[in-house]
Structures are given as structure tokens and as C-alpha cells.
Design a protein. Structure first.
Length: 163
């Protein structure tokens, strides 16, 4: 039996804080690290999303919405694809989103972010422009966590960009 030696390359996300706008390098880094990007997004908005859920649960909303939301982990229904949800989870999501502008905005921007890497027929220039528009939407959402996350996205740099 042969023992393989694994050589690990530095594939972590790199940042260039001097960058003010998204460029092709930003896009390349985001596409390469899309799972890390989603995990960072989830961490960035978890507190504001949790607060919004608690406001729904303590407010005057249909019991089906807040009961299902509080039973299921936030990451299970907010961070996943709506297609992967069970029927009762999908109903809870459909009840919760209209009840909270914050959750609706976070969810919409999460979905829009994942759509960026699903558009295989778009050019690099088109995707870069769409990423820039996504950042603008996040920054003007009125949600500080989204604004800050957008600034982080703008700073992404691919490994190839550095010597």
C-alpha cells in the first residue's frame, strides 16, 4: 500500500482593504470560496436574524410561523435553499418573511448571492457588475450587518492576485 503525501496550498480567502469596488478578481475569489462566503454571510447576519425571529415570536403573528421557526435552527431554513425545505418548513418561511422586513431582506440577498454562481452563461463582466449591484443593495438595506459583509466582499482577492 502506498502512502500519499498531501501538499496543501494556501487556499484561504485573501483581502485587499484598498479595494472599493468589485472587480473580476473579487468575483473569482468569491466563486472559488463560495461555501466560505455563505458561512461568513450566515455568521454576519445571525444576530440580526435571531433578533428578528424573536420579535416575530413575541409579536402578534400566526402561531404556525413562530412555532416552526423557533423549533428549527435558523441555519436550517434561512440559509438553505427553499427547494430543500420540508413542506411545513416552507410554510413557516412563507409566513415569517412577510412578518419581518429584516428577514425578508436577509433572505432575498442570500438567495441573490447564491444565484451569482449559478449563472454559468453570464460573462465575467456581467457577473462582476451583478456582484457590485448586490453589494450596493446590501449596503443600502439599512441593516448594518449586511453593509459590513458587503464591505468584506468588496475586499476579496484571489490567491493568483498576490505574488
Amino acid at each position: 500500500m502506498k502512502v500519499a503525501t498531501l501538499i496543501s496550498a494556501d487556499l484561504s480567502i485573501r483581502y485587499n482593504t484598498a479595494k472599493q469596488r468589485c472587480d473580476a478578481d473579487t468575483l473569482a475569489s468569491m466563486l472559488t470560496h463560495r461555501f466560505d462566503v455563505l458561512a461568513s454571510f450566515a455568521r454576519a447576519v445571525s444576530a440580526v436574524s435571531r433578533d428578528a425571529l424573536h420579535r416575530i415570536a413575541s409579536g402578534d403573528h400566526p402561531p404556525s410561523a413562530h412555532d416552526a421557526l423557533l423549533r428549527n435552527p435558523l441555519r436550517h431554513w434561512l440559509w438553505g435553499s427553499a427547494d430543500a425545505l420540508r413542506e411545513h418548513e416552507r410554510r413557516a418561511l412563507e409566513d415569517a418573511l412577510p412578518a419581518s422586513t429584516v428577514l425578508r431582506t436577509v433572505y432575498a440577498l442570500r438567495q441573490a448571492l447564491t444565484q451569482l454562481w449559478c449563472r454559468s452563461d453570464a460573462s465575467t463582466a456581467q457577473l462582476t457588475l451583478q456582484l457590485e449591484h448586490w453589494c450596493q443593495r446590501a449596503e443600502t438595506s439599512g441593516i448594518a450587518a449586511l453593509h459590513d459583509f458587503s464591505q468584506t466582499v468588496r475586499n476579496y482577492e484571489s490567491v493568483a492576485a498576490r505574488p
